[in-house]
Write a protein that binds this ligand. Structure first.
Ligand SMILES: [Zn+2]
Ligand SMILES: [Zn+2]
Length: 423
């Protein structure tokens, strides 16, 4: 998927159907990896349309939006972070697969046979099943997957709350397929498998009748994100030990740090080994997956963590987020043409924006300083041409607005430095 010229087009109908795996082998079989479309990218506008539809349906049915702004922003932040490494390298899931295919393949199934297509569909689904199951049962894998489960709402934005780390273990489960299935067929199904999982993150679809027996549905997946029982009562979503933060780096890595400290605090070699490879609830003397009586009881009265920020500040974060998204989109579109320095600086700007928004939503004491520095970074990148003006005619207006931001947050930082905690 490196050479954009070779990539096949995706029609409007395909862009919509791909989110439900409603694709035919004849339209999605490719001889080379270069021809495989970036379906995930092409489906983005359709996914955004579904999000708007969810918003409307939720307003009509319940009189409220399907989630909260702070939680949704954090989910999209995680989605953005998880895709950043893709600016520099091909995903581990693909790189490892190609390596195994090129060096160790046993036989070569025909890329244009519908049988290969269906077999890959089942193979990727099977690989994902075991990956996902292990992601819940093996602590070091949970360190990645917990990000996805940390949302305390359940809506389409939750689907975007993806882990940066997950890729580094999931590839293992797909690698047996590389012994006989061409990478171009695998690359198609890997994307379809991911895209299928978007639409099931919603509360606006109830039961799907007989489909519940064979498919992963919104109802099944709601239960997976919350209380582990048939869906008789309202599901309480999120982690058993909530992290209570909107800071994206913490959302991604806090469990890895937790494993690190537990690893050193646990005596004995075999115990240390178990900290990494047994369940997240394991401890010395306990069964592999921990003790069920240690799981905090869900009362149904749990209050999700909410940002104490004012409405005005929340609107400010949304505007800054939207602006960052525009630069993010442009960076992905232009990545091949950008110098490594520009690329790195832009990634730095994106990460800093997400972190600063998290700090503002959490109302951390360092938030004002962080935001001052971020606005300053923006202005410098803009001045030196590392960020292209989105609307060239408004270029100086942009600079003025950001200078005002620097002044505003600068004064706040000063006040904070002198008066202590956030006011
Ligand atoms: Zn899961
Ligand atoms: Zn999910």
């Amino acid at each position: 998927m490196k050479n954009p010229e070779a990539q096949q087009e995706v029609s409007v109908s395909q862009g919509f159907r791909v989110m439900f795996y409603m694709m035919k082998p004849s339209e999605t079989s490719f001889q080379t990896l270069e021809e495989v479309p970036d379906y995930v990218k092409k489906a983005t506008p359709f996914f955004i349309s579904l999000m708007l539809l969810e918003l409307v349906v939720s307003w009509i049915r319940k009189g409220k939006p399907p989630g909260r702004l702070d939680d949704a922003l954090t989910s999209v932040s995680a989605g953005v972070l998880s895709r950043l490494p893709g600016l520099f390298f091909r995903s581990v899931e693909l790189t490892s697969y190609i390596y195994i295919w090129e060096n160790y393949r046993l036989f070569n199934l025909p890329w244009d046979s519908p049988w290969t297509w269906y077999l890959t569909f089942l193979g990727v689904d099977f690989g994902y099943y075991w990956f996902h199951r292990m992601a819940h049962e093996v602590n070091i894998m949970w360190a990645g997957h917990q990000t996805h489960h940390s949302s305390e709402d359940y809506n389409l934005s939750t689907a975007l709350r993806q882990s940066v780390l997950q890729n580094y273990t999931s590839w293992i489960f797909y690698s047996p397929l590389a012994l006989f299935i061409p990478p171009s067929v695998y690359a198609v199904h890997l994307q379809f498998n991911l895209l299928y999982q978007l639409w099931i993150h919603t509360e606006v679809i109830n039961y799907l009748g007989p489909l519940e027996l064979i498919l992963n549905t919104p109802s099944h997946h709601r239960v997976h994100h919350g209380t582990f029982e048939a869906e008789n009562e309202k599901v309480v979503y999120g982690l058993t030990h909530p992290i209570n933060t909107f800071e994206p780096i913490k959302v991604q890595f806090h469990h890895l740090f937790y494993i690190w400290t537990t690893f050193w605090a646990t005596p004995g070699f075999f115990n240390k080994f178990s900290v990494i490879f047994k369940g997240p609830g394991w401890g010395p003397g306990k069964p592999r997956l921990g003790l069920s009586e240690e799981i905090p009881e869900v009362t149904g009265k749990e209050v999700p963590f909410s940002s104490p920020a004012s409405q005005l500040l929340k609107i400010y974060t949304v505007v800054q987020f939207a602006l960052m998204l525009a630069f993010y989109e442009e960076t992905f579109a232009d990545a091949a043409a950008l110098s490594p320095v520009t690329l790195l600086l832009r990634v730095w700007f994106i990460i800093m924006t997400l972190t600063s928004i998290g700090f503002l939503l959490d109302q951390r004491p360092q938030a004002a300083i962080m935001e001052t520095l971020r606005c300053l970074l923006f202005l410098i990148l803009y001045r030196f041409g590392h960020l292209k003006p989105l609307v060239p005619s408004l270029s100086s207006a942009f600079e003025i607005v950001f200078s005002i931001c620097i002044a505003f947050w600068g004064v706040r930082s000063m006040k904070q430095l002198t008066s202590g905690p956030w006011k």
